[in-house]
Design a protein around this ligand. Structure first.
Ligand code: ZN
Length: 431
């Protein structure tokens, strides 16, 4: 093991080959496990109950011996029970939204803040932001990680941050015109809302946007192309979660073949969400993340419940960082209807293939006389005949996904637009 360290010497991470990266990650993993066994009451107890000793972990291959960490585990540590450093080293906390339960509080050390900032800087660099760009940051500030994280990355890169935060569309558009924002950051739903508003007000020629970075929810190609077409910009998908620093742990690049992630800071694994078994590169499953250098609250094999896969080939853009596929939805957003599993990503894919259907939809689930009923309510483009579009969509759904459902086509603008995440699945079956 000591030999591995000598072999790597001072070689920069980005110059390492695949095998050297594995050795590097293995070394970091060993250090991480020793550290949490010593300093984290949560992992110490967990290792003890499994009879696991830090010296059982020799290399990256041993990662599967380590237990998973669930969001529920972190909730039980509310607020700061699982902090893994003395409080004197913690400089900030962030918190997840807590929409589905108690929030999770994440403590950050100074090094954690620096690491997050560096990942955000790389994110900006990867999509082509440069020092003369003006970046309008519409995600939330405060307890949420996004706003301040983006701002730090923009500043580290040397671009100009316009920290509007969320909401107040009038003010957003005013700032965008007066300050000539060239980059827009937000949720994809808010990106669409702003794009449609710019179109409605006919102020396209007064905007200077060239890049959009949108994330925090899964969004399909139709939505992406619609925003790009209205605003005349290139858009990039961004991924992240509060428990693992925040957004910017993976980012789309100009090749748009997947999202680069920073494997000097993070180990990404894909597992079968049902069995927990690791899946090979290229197979779709649940993303599990281990933080290699996080101090305030290090996480081992954290289950994201996001569905994606590791892509086998290096990106043509030349980045040394590997790719994951775009996130196809959450394993817990999966709905089972008439014995068939349906992921929101499948609906996006289905809609994309039918000309005349637009990007926005809702899935409405009901139970009638003991039987599941599924209604897909989707927006249609105005030049199309909605009745024939509906018949085509029902046919296609049956042949592609295997079940007969009801489909309702509504004009563009009918379904709710939001500044936050769109709620696309309405499940009334338990009521
Ligand atoms: Zn690339």
């Amino acid at each position: 093991m000591a030999i591995n360290r000598i072999e790597l010497g001072d070689k920069p991470f980005t110059a390492m080959n695949e095998e050297e990266v594995r050795i590097y990650q293995g070394n970091q993993l060993r250090t991480l496990v020793k550290n949490v066994a010593l300093n984290s009451s949560f992992y110490r107890d967990k290792f003890q109950s499994l009879g696991l000793e830090p010296h059982d972990i020799h290399s990256l291959d041993d990662i599967t011996k380590l237990p998973f960490t669930e969001k529920q585990d972190l909730r039980e540590g509310y607020p700061l029970k699982y902090m893994a450093v003395p409080e004197s080293e913690v400089v900030r906390i962030h918190s997840s939204s807590g929409t589905t339960g108690k929030p999770v509080i994440i403590p950050y050390t100074k090094n954690d803040v620096d690491t997050f900032t560096e990942m955000m800087r790389r994110t900006m660099e990867t999509v082509g932001v440069h020092s003369m760009d003006r970046v309008q940051i519409t995600p939330g500030y405060g307890l949420w990680t996004a706003g301040i994280g983006f701002q730090a990355g923009v500043e580290k890169l040397g671009a100009l941050a316009i920290p509007t935060g969320p909401g107040n569309t009038n003010k957003q558009l005013q700032m965008m015109q007066d300050l000539k924002s060239t980059v827009l950051i937000g949720t994809s739903s808010y990106g669409l809302l702003l794009a449609e508003e710019i179109k409605r007000r006919e102020i396209m020629d007064q905007t200077s946007l060239r890049i959009g970075i949108f994330g925090s929810e899964r969004w399909g190609d139709k939505m992406r192309f619609r925003i790009e077409a209205i605003l005349g910009i290139e858009t990039f998908d961004i991924y992240g979660l509060t428990e693992i620093y925040g957004p910017g742990i993976a980012i789309d690049c100009p090749e748009h073949q997947g999202l680069h992630y920073w494997n000097d800071y993070l180990i990404f694994e894909i597992i079968d969400p049902q069995t927990g078994q690791p899946l090979p590169v290229g197979e779709k499953g649940e993303l599990v993340i281990t933080t290699l250098t996080k101090e305030g609250l290090p996480l081992i094999r954290y289950r994201t419940h996001d569905l994606t896969c590791l892509l086998p080939d290096p990106c043509p853009c030349g980045s040394p960082y590997p790719l994951i596929d775009r996130v196809m939805g959450r394993s817990d957003d999966m709905v089972k209807i008439k014995g068939v599993n349906i992921y929101p990503g499948q609906i996006d894919h289905f809609i994309k293939q039918i000309n005349g259907l637009s990007s926005e939809y809702q899935l409405v689930l009901k139970r009638f006389e003991g039987k599941d009923q599924l209604l897909l309510r989707v927006e249609g483009e105005e030049d199309y005949n909605f009745e024939s579009l509906k018949q085509e969509a029902i046919q296609q759904f049956k042949s592609q996904i295997g079940i007969i459902i009801d489909i309702e086509i509504v004009p563009i603008g009918t379904l709710p637009r939001t500044e936050k995440k769109s709620k696309r699945i309405l499940d009334y079956r338990e009521q």
